[in-house]
Design a protein around this ligand. Sequence first.
Ligand code: UGA
Length: 370
Amino acid sequence: MSSMSHSPQTICVLGCAGFIGSHLLARLLAHEHYMVLGIDREKNKIADLIGNPRFNFFNDDIKNESLVEWCIQRSDAVVSLTAICNPALYTQKPTEVIESNFLHPYKIAQICARHKKWLVQFSTSEVYGRTISSFANDATGKTPDRPSSVEANSDYILSEEKTPFILGPVATQRWSYACAKQLLERAVFALGFEEGLAFTIVRPFNFIGARMDYIPGIDGEGTPRVLACFMEALLKKKPLKLVDGGKNRRVFTYIEDAIDAVMAMLANPSAAKGQIFNIGNPTNEATVAELAALMIDCHKQLAPENSSYNYRTEDVSAAQFYGAGYEDSDRRMPDIAKAQKVLGWSPKTNLPETMRLTMMDYLKQYAHAA
Ligand code: UGA
C-alpha cells in the first residue's frame, strides 16, 4: 500500500451534506492533510463544519455543471455521493430516482474522465437485487430457506466479481434504483475502459448512524429508511411497523466503520483504483424484526423515563406500506475479503454498539422535537 504522503490532497465531495457526506467531511477535515471542495443543496448536517479554513462549501445543486467542473478541475479525487436512496421513492418518483442515480452522476463521471481525475463513485448493495437464492426459491414456489449461518449457503454471499445481478420485472419499480445504479457502475467501468478514467466503486451495505435520513413531521416528510422509521415510532410512541413481518435481513454497518474504509481508499489510491468494493459488516446481520426488538431494548435503556410506554410492533404488508411496485431483497450478505485484503480494512462495531451509539445521537438530536 502507498503511504499517506502519496494520497490526494484536495478532495471534491459531491453531496457533502448528506448522511455519508457529512461523516466523510468531518473525518477529512480532522486531517490537516486534506482540503475539501464540497457541493450540496442542503447544509443542516454540516453546520458546524462550514467555516473550517480547509473546507470550501458551495451551497448549490450538482446539476450546476460548470460549478461541478470547476471543483473537479481543482481536486485530486472526487467522491460522488448524491443520490435519491430512499425505497419509498423508488415506486413513487421513479424518473427522479433514475435521473438522480444515473443521469446526473454519469455526467460527473464524464467530467472526471475529461479532466483525468480519480472518481470514487458510491453505488449500492442493492445492485445485487433479489439475490440468487431468493430467485431459486421463488421458482420452486417454496418459502425461502433461511440458513442460520452464512457458511450454510454460500449463494447468499455477494461477491463483487462473481455474483450475478437479479432484478425484478420492469413494472416492479422498486428496481428502478438498483437498475440505475447498475447502469452507472457499468458506465463508469466503460469510461475506465475507453477513456482511462481512474475509478473506485463503493457498494454500501446499509450504513447506519447519526444524521441518517430525517424524522417525518419533524425535519422531513415521507417515509425514510428503516432506522428513521423505527426512531420516529419510538419518539412518537407509536408501533414499529414490520413490513411483511420484518422477515428480510440486512447487515447494518456502523457509519464510522464505513468511513474508515473510504479513508483507507483515499490514502491508498494505487490499491483502490480500478476496484469495486463491498463495504459492509457481515457479522451485524439481523432480520428487520430483530432490529426492531434491539431498538426497543436499547430505547428502554437509553430513555428509562418512558417506562410506561407500551412498546409494540405491528405487521404490515409491503403493498400497504410502500404501495404497488415494491419488492424486497431478502438477504444481502457481503463478501468483504477484497476490502480486507486490498485496503487492510475491517468493520469493528457490533450491532448492539452500533444501535447504542446511533440511538444516543438521535435521542439527543430530537430531545425537544418529538
Ligand atoms: C436501502 C436503499 O435502497 C438504499 O438506500 C441503500 O442503497 C441500501 O438500502 C443500503 O442502505 O445499503 P433497504 O435496505 O431495503 O434499501 O432500505 P430500508 O428502508 O432501510 O429497509 C430495510 C428493510 O426494512 C426492508 O425490508 C423494509 O421493507 C423494512 N422496513 C422499512 C420495515 O419493516 N419497516 C419500516 O418502517 C421501514
